[in-house]
Ligand binder design. Sequence first.
Ligand code: X2X
Length: 337
Amino acid sequence: MPKLSRRAILATGTAALPLFAISAKPSRAADFTLKLANNSPVTHPQTVRQQEAAERIKKATNGTVDIQVFPNNQLGSDTDMLSQLRTGAIDFFTLSGLILSTLVPVAAINGVGFAFKDYDTVWTAMDGKLGAHVRGEIDKRGLVAMDRIWDNGFRQITSSTRPIKAPEDLKGFKIRVPVSPLWTSMFTALGASPISINFAEVYSALQTKIAEGQENPLTLIQIAKLYEVQRYVSMTSHMWDGFWMLANKRGFTALPPDAQAIIAKELNQSALDERADIAKLNESVATDLKTKGLVFEDVDKPAFRDALKKAGFYADWKKKFGDEAWGILESQVGTLS
Ligand code: X2X
């Protein structure tokens, strides 16, 4: 990571310019020009708060650490960006634990269906024992996860073809899911026909009806304008999903220790700010989406959970995650199977 790539950014031409390439110049040239990437739209709180962290970090390091934020899949799909993070081509990257599970299997554990009943339980677990366990496993794979996970949210199912009211309505339903075994397994267990597609392609996949539906938190459905290509939303809250702020370990640990500490502190602070932003948006997002034409369906959540149970989903994933990790999850959220 510490490439000493002074002004490297100026040499990249106009392609994929970072969001705020023309921001105020530091008082001196940066010693460390680092790239932070995400898959979120530029107006998503994730991007906004990462940009703020970058500014605070620049200031607190007297301009020596210059983090350039590349939002909205500018550097590629999640799958591409994870590879780039591992080689050190990207220095920081926020990624759903479920997608990270292709490298660190236990990172999918917060996505177990209906594991979290509310946000209090989420933060107790993810800022507590469960998150610590996952970060420990991430660390073994050459990456560093900052302590505070960023909120994506509780996921809801949308559809352009028919309202999903009960598990039976998912039979054969062509639903886009992110690229992750847990997601595919969950929707297969519910009788749907999941298709794995990176977020960068979701809008067009829905528009062209390669997929009839998808599932994401309401805030993202709003900010990524998925309501333009979807008609119904079913309030399943079938899983909670968050983004780990990951760093390439080789690069991160080669930075001066005080720079590492400043970066970690500011990224963690911005994660908390982003959580608060999403909580605020959650108060108004449903009303807003209704005015944009989305038709809301309240569903019988226990019926979806029972369908998962009957299909052996919990037993299967308990075995995959192993007794230790499953035990930690249940110690935080209650008995699941
Ligand atoms: O790909 C998605 O659906 C998203 C944006 O929610 C994730 O990053 C998992």
